[in-house]
Design a binder for this molecule. Structure first.
Ligand code: MN
Length: 303
């Protein structure tokens, strides 16, 4: 049975150093994301946007955790909204916004899973590892920290959203696409044994084998698969309207193949799009790309 998709925008740029990703939800809606879902047979409910403080009205208190109180507030609202949608049997589709949003979305999904005795798995598709802590961060930008937070490391304000335990286990997380990893993150990945398919291993083994193995592992170990798609995972030649572009990314077909295989697996129960930045874009092409990527994950097939 096809679920109802609940679209939740979070126009947040407080977690990133560069302005513009707060316009991501709008760009994705204008790219026709709801119509693409309708043409696949889904019904959608647009839940509107989570309220996020405007950067101009706020000031930084802590340079290792910029805009911590404001991000905590927005992520808590998002967590509650996502949990409610899942508790009612819906499919949450979160439109960002900078990637700090995942602190909230994953907390909400994890709280739902905890109550329903489900195990959460996350497929994180990104040019970066997003695993810094206040001790290792080079920038103080919280959008570089969401995975560390979800695994239980970092500011207590963030790790304790909805409930105080870690939201995700390292063995239920797979990263695909990183090519820019900070020294502290490298240590973090090794120390916690996180499965990380960098662009090097994608070039070496091919995206088909890597995705197949990732999905097989998820099938045997989790009940709820969440996909976090950072649009910067794709090569900037395909999607230049992103928060932090890094050359050498996933190709158009590699990105779609991951999603087509995820759709075929039938495992995906929630999805988010992070870091769309219309200011750096060309005629909204990156948002259109991201919405097409989502369609592939939701069952759009070539034939
Ligand atoms: Mn990211």
């Amino acid at each position: 049975m096809i679920k109802q998709v609940h679209i939740i925008g979070i126009p947040m740029d407080l977690g990133s150093g560069r302005r513009g990703v707060d316009m991501g939800p709008s760009a994705l809606r204008i790219a026709g994301i709801a119509d693409k879902l309708h043409s696949l047979g889904y019904t959608t409910i647009d839940e509107g946007d989570i309220s996020v403080a405007n950067q101009e009205t706020q000031s930084v208190q802590d340079n290792t955790l910029k805009y911590l109180p404001q991000i905590t507030e927005a992520c808590t609202s998002l967590a509650i909204k996502v949990k409610t949608v899942l508790d009612n049997g819906g499919f949450p589709l979160i439109l960002g916004g900078d990637h700090a949003l995942s602190i909230g979305s994953i907390a909400g999904i994890a709280a739902h899973c905890k109550e329903h005795n489900k195990t959460l798995g996350v497929l994180w598709i990104d040019a970066h590892a997003d695993m810094n802590t206040p001790e290792t961060t080079p920038s103080g930008n919280i959008h570089g920290m969401p995975l560390a937070v979800s695994l239980g490391f970092g500011a207590e304000e963030l790790t304790s959203i909805l409930y105080p335990e870690p939201k995700l286990k390292a063995e239920h997380l797979v990263l695909i696409g990183p090519r820019s990893i900070d020294p502290g993150e490298r240590e973090f990945i090794k120390r916690n044994g996180i499965t990380t398919h960098t662009m090097f291993s994608i070039d070496k083994h091919g995206i088909y084998d890597i995705t197949l193995r990732a999905l097989e592992r998820m099938r045997s170990s989790v009940d709820h698969l969440h996909i976090s798609f950072d649009v910067d995972s794709a090569d900037p030649s395909i999607a230049k309207g992103v928060g932090t572009p890094v050359p050498g990314g996933l190709s158009y077909r590699e990105t779609h193949l991951i999603m087509e295989m995820a759709a075929e697996s039938g495992l995906v129960s929630s999805f988010e799009i992070a870091e769309t930045n219309p200011i750096l874009d060309d005629m909204n092409a990156s948002a259109v790309f991201a919405s097409d990527v989502l369609a592939s994950c939701m069952g759009k097939r070539i034939l």
